[in-house]
Each structure stands twice: as C-alpha cells, then as structure tokens.
Ligand binder design. Sequence first.
Ligand code: HEC
Ligand code: HEC
Length: 230
Amino acid sequence: MKRALSSMFVAGSLVLAGAIPGLVQAQEAAQKPDVKAGEQLYTHGDAARGVLACIACHGAAGNSTISANPNLAAMPHEYIVKQLQDFQAKGKTPPSRTGAGGAPTIMSSIAANLTPQDMQNVALYLSHQQLDWDKAGTATHPATVPLGQHIWRAGIADRNVPACAACHSANGAGLPAEFPRLAGQHPEYILEQLKLFRSGDRKNSIMHAIADRMTDPDLAAVADYAAGLR
Ligand code: HEC
Ligand code: HEC
C-alpha cells in the first residue's frame, strides 16, 4: 500500500512537472550543486543581494591567511553546508552557531543572505579546492605538544574525553561528511571554536560534551597540536 501510494505521488508530480517545463528546470537546479556558480559567489559575492565576496576574508580558493578567519579549502561539502545553515536564524529560532554570549558573528549577516542553493554551490566549490600548506596554520608551541598529542591520540581517560583522532582522523584531515578537517587550520580559530562549544554558543552536543570536560590549558594544547598535523 505504501509503495503504491508513493508511486502515485511520483507519477502525479511527473505529470505536473511535465506540464510546466520551467518548473522542472528550477527543481533540477535546486538539487544539483553547481561548482562554477559556487566559485563565482565565492570570488565576487553578489552585490545585488548584499552577499560579500567570501574571498575577501577566507582567501584565494579557501586559503585564508588571517588567523581569525578559518581556511575552508578541502573541507567536507556537507560540513560546510551545515555550518552555513547553522549561522542562519530559522524563523524565531536563533542561529545554533553564534559568537560568545550569543552575539552575532561576522558570518551571521553574510549567511542570512544565502539561499540553500548558494550554500550547496559554494560548499561544493570549496570541497574541491586544495589546502595550500604554505599558507596553512601550524603548531607554534613546542612545550605543549606532548599534552596536545596525548589528548589527540588517547583523549583524557579519567574525564571521559575521547580521542579527537577517532572522529577527525589520525592526521586531522577530517572525515566526510560531518567531521571537519583540523590539520592546517589556524590554531587561534580552533581554540576559539573549542571555547564556543564549551560555552554552548556554538551548539553541537558531541563537541559540547567533549569541550565541557576540558580545561583551558587542555584546549590550548590540543588546538595548537591539531593545527600542526599533516
Ligand atoms: C568579513 C569577513 C568574512 C567574509 C566576507 C566571509 N566570512 Fe566566513 N567566516 C568569517 C569568520 C571570522 C568566521 C569564523 C566564524 C566565527 O567566528 O563564528 C567564518 C566562518 C565561516 C565558516 C565556518 C567554517 C568552519 O570551519 O566551521 C564557513 C563555512 C564560512 N565562513 C563560509 C563563508 C562563505 C561561503 C562566505 C561568502 C558567501 C564567507 N564565509 C564570507 C569571516 C568572513
Ligand atoms: C565523536 C566524534 C568527535 C570527537 C571524538 C571529536 N570531535 Fe570535534 N567535531 C565533531 C563534529 C561532528 C564536529 C562538527 C560540529 C558542528 O557541526 O558544528 C566537530 C567540530 C570540531 C571543531 C570545529 C572545527 C571548525 O572548522 O570550526 C573543532 C575545533 C573540533 N571539533 C575539535 C575537536 C577536538 C580538539 C577533539 C578532541 C578533544 C574533538 N574535536 C573530538 C566530532 C567529534
């Protein structure tokens, strides 16, 4: 019965769509991410819609050289889409990703003007870019490497902190679709995000539970270590 019902729906929508060719095109466009359109938006923005060019802050092909602005090259497509959605308010529900104390971040106003199609396009473009290791972030605190490495590989057993490597992969490359790359990210950005997970201003239950059990020195050590992974 279920099957018959759903095939009726399919048949019905085909008839409808067949009658309105423009609608078919619009539907197809809304489904298939367009890497060229993503590159265009990333590089030039869209002044008519008030979308700033991403390149101004996130660098050529997603290789940001400014430590407060994350590099985005080679991030998983789905992860980027989710973040852009998280920066947007949903009706009366506030964004699930904000700055400290729930304040808007720079991205709040930018993401507000993006359509679901924009997000798909730009995310596909970014996921296809290579991280430029010469411009990437790296570890700068040799003294905390042992602690950072221990947390990365083994977690903190007596506080139930799992090994970061379990999800973000041993070399920090991340894992499609949901685990972001941390290797080569700017350590200042990583540390800031860990604090936002801990405070709950960036809502994510897995990362909140993890960061909540960590001290400031733990977070600083593992942020620096993760950035230096290759
Ligand atoms: C004026 C500078 C600026 C511009 C322009 C900008 N961003 Fe951002 N972006 C930031 C900053 C700063 C952050 C860190 C967010 C935070 O502090 O919460 C960020 C974060 C992000 C993230 C989250 C990355 C992660 O690892 O979780 C994505 C995705 C993103 N930006 C995409 C874009 C896209 C797509 C555009 C263009 C449509 C864009 N940004 C334009 C500054 C900018
Ligand atoms: C059980 C899986 C899991 C483990 C273990 C884990 N993470 Fe995550 N991490 C995630 C997920 C899922 C996200 C994406 C969160 C979101 O969508 O906002 C994430 C996001 C992050 C981000 C944000 C990256 C960005 O680009 O903004 C940082 C930083 C991070 N994790 C660091 C760590 C560190 C450090 C550890 C170890 C102490 C760790 N994670 C352990 C699953 C995990």
